[in-house]
Ligand binder design. Structure first.
Ligand SMILES: [Zn+2]
Ligand SMILES: [Zn+2]
Length: 251
């Protein structure tokens, strides 16, 4: 997840649903969801099984990547918004709420942001990429918002956020689509030409994805700068023409 700063929210209290006196969970199936509940604390928290509601779909999650944002949330002293704790996921639709027509049960899907509403102040001023309801839905606010992220067996989510996965992508690859969009967005802003030499500084996951996007879009030569030897090797395997350390790059 890149770009916009995500407001904080208070994570669910660990053990929700475990207490005998918790009426909200009586008679409802429970499941375990992985959440950052405090600084450097990741816990499995019991929550009610998601039910399909009007406009939502329940997705059986098969893979979920760990984003740098998740890692930052884990290390930070600030509360980490449970709705984005695990947002690089893929799964298959297992139940539909009423009114859902864009997916069917069994579809393999990933999640993006909902389409712009076309009615909020941002949309009406031509800035639909900043649509307020779409953004709020992504961060766990609004009637269709998910209460937790993808470190879970199932999730109930605004069906309009779901995007079908082509058969040619395996689940491991599909779980990488969300971070790849971060890299692709950056590359498309300065679209490389065939006679360009492009330097990628830093070869963590986003840097390596950026490198591959640059390569795929046809840059003439790609040089990766990275202090870690293993990551330099990964950069070569990902299509870099040359790799160097930051000290070598200074020369
Ligand atoms: Zn992310
Ligand atoms: Zn809008």
């Amino acid at each position: 997840m890149g770009g916009r700063r995500v407001p904080r929210a208070t994570p669910p209290r660990p053990g929700v649903g475990q207490a005998a006196g918790d009426r909200s969970c009586r008679g409802i199936g429970l499941m375990l969801v992985g959440l950052v509940t405090a600084q450097r604390r990741f816990e499995m928290v019991e929550v009610p099984e998601p039910e399909p509601r009007p406009g939502t779909a329940v997705v059986h999650i098969t893979r979920c990547g760990i984003c740098g944002t998740d890692l930052h949330g884990f290390l930070s002293a600030d509360p980490y918004n449970p709705a984005i704790c695990g947002h690089e996921w893929v799964g298959s639709v297992s139940a539909l709420g009423s009114g859902v027509t864009n997916v069917v049960e069994g579809d393999r899907v990933i999640a993006g942001i909902a389409p712009a509403c076309g009615a909020c102040a941002e949309c009406r001023s031509g800035r639909s990429a900043y649509c307020v309801p779409a953004f709020l839905g992504m961060i766990g606010r609004g009637p269709l918002a998910a209460a937790h992220g993808g470190f879970a067996p199932r999730i109930s989510i605004d069906a309009l956020r779901l995007i079908g996965v082509p058969a040619g992508l395996c689940d491991d690859e599909a779980a990488m689509v969300e971070p790849t969009t971060v890299a692709l967005h950056a590359v498309l802003r300065t679209r490389p030409r065939s006679d360009d030499t492009v330097v990628v500084q830093g070869c963590g996951p986003i840097g390596l994805l950026t490198l591959q996007c640059i390569r795929a879009l046809g840059a003439g030569r790609v040089i990766a700068v990275e202090p870690d030897q293993h990551r330099r090797q990964l950069a070569l395997a990902s299509g870099a023409d040359a790799v160097m350390t930051p000290d070598e790059a200074l020369d």
